[in-house]
Design a protein around this ligand. Structure first.
Ligand SMILES: NC(=O)c1ccc[n+]([C@@H]2O[C@H](COP(=O)([O-])OP(=O)(O)OC[C@H]3O[C@@H](n4cnc5c(N)ncnc54)[C@H](O)[C@@H]3O)[C@@H](O)[C@H]2O)c1
Length: 334
């Protein structure tokens, strides 16, 4: 039987999840939506799709089997907790929570319930390039990893995203994907600021440097105002070779005076395949498969690491990252 989804938040991400559910995922159906702005909910709802005036009602709706949360960050933790309380699986956009207490509360509630229900929308784990890096590390084909260089540039970031928020909202992607690729936690972090671009005087581009317990160094350039487009790059440097993400789209253009690749405008195009595979595998997991994406524990560790990075940004110091032991509950989740 098809998994019947309810969607909270019908903005850029919510509308894209709805589109993917309807066009690309076998065995899934979008049956209910909610957005604080009813007009947005109406635009995403199609014939037969219920519009709820309240997110709690949507989660409790007996016709909803699983929930996607794509509303603003501050709503993620309370709505995820509401879904756990009713035993409903939830794909929650990143970050899972806006405070460490909230994030830990989600882990504790899920463990107490005895069943994995939460997947966090760190969709890069489903991107073919990062998967190839993970496979190379696991197989040891390039020798031991030494560096992972990450670049995360947006064309023009939203005004409300301060330098501090860049860590919790953008860099969490690199925090999570570097844990995934390297298969280990970070041990410490420091953050250096560049001077502000004259195009965005209120925000500083950041360089975050993470070190893992085994001594791999992860560099992350986070620059929200690069103007020319959305550009995510990655290079894994190992003892015997390197592996880099291909440009996206991979086709190369030659025009008068130009030989190169087009640049995506935003993440929806750049990670289209990852978003699709994320939802596809989530549905497979709900039908008795194994969760492949980031667990609530991964969401918690990402928040904890982002918080350590914020301390490092403010103090200029190197700050330890100490997630503690992962509950055995998550062993099956990998
Ligand atoms: N995984 C990714 O790559 C990725 C990329 C971008 C954004 N995100 C995350 O997805 C979430 C949504 O981002 P977006 O870019 O779609 O933002 P958006 O502003 O386009 O959409 C957010 C929607 O939520 C609605 N909303 C606001 N308050 C609400 C509330 N209290 N309850 C219900 N709906 C409410 C808004 O009306 C809007 O339609 C954010 O948490 C963001 O961090 C993830």
């Amino acid at each position: 039987m098809a998994v019947r989804f309810g969607l909270v938040g019908c903005g850029i991400m919510g509308a894209d999840h709805a589109r993917i559910l309807r066009s690309d995922i076998a065995g899934a159906e979008l049956v209910a939506v909610h957005d604080k702005d009813r007009g947005r909910a109406e635009r995403v709802a199609a014939d037969g799709c219920k519009i709820h005036a309240d997110p709690g009602q949507l989660i409790a709706d007996p016709a909803v089997d699983a929930v996607i949360i794509a509303s603003p960050d501050a709503t993620h933790a309370p709505l995820t907790r509401a879904a756990i309380a009713l035993g409903k699986p939830v794909l929650c956009e990143k970050p899972m929570a806006t405070s460490l207490d909230e994030a830990r509360g989600i882990v504790d509630a899920e463990v107490a319930g005895g069943r994995q229900l939460v997947q966090v929308g760190f969709m890069r784990r489903f991107d073919p390039g990062y998967r190839a890096m993970r496979a190379a590390v696991t197989a040891g084909t390039l020798g031991n990893p030494l560096f992972l260089h990450c670049i995360h540039r947006n064309a023009v970031g939203p005004d409300y995203v301060t330098s501090d928020l860049v860590l919790a909202n953008s860099c969490v992607h690199e925090i999570d994907i570097s844990r995934f690729v390297l298969g280990e936690d970070h041990a410490r972090v420091r953050v250096v600021r560049a001077r502000p671009s004259r195009k965005a005087p209120n925000r500083q581009p950041l360089m975050m440097i993470l070190e893992t317990a085994s001594g791999v160094v992860v560099s992350v350039e986070a620059f929200l105002d690069a103007q020319y487009g959305y550009d995510v790059q990655g290079e894994l440097v190992c003892e015997e070779g390197t592996l880099s993400l291909d440009p996206h789209p991979p086709t190369r253009r030659r025009l008068t005076g130009l030989d190169g690749h087009a640049v995506e405008g935003d993440w929806v195009g750049r990670f289209a395949e990852a978003y699709r595979c994320q939802l596809r595998d989530f549905v497979v997991a709900l039908n008795g498969g194994r969760f492949q994406g980031s667990s609530a524990w991964d969401g918690y560790v990402a928040s904890l690491t982002a918080e350590a990075a914020l301390k490092a940004l403010k103090s200029g110091d190197t700050v330890p990252v100490t997630p503690g032991d992962r509950p055995a509950f998550y062993d099956a989740a990998g």
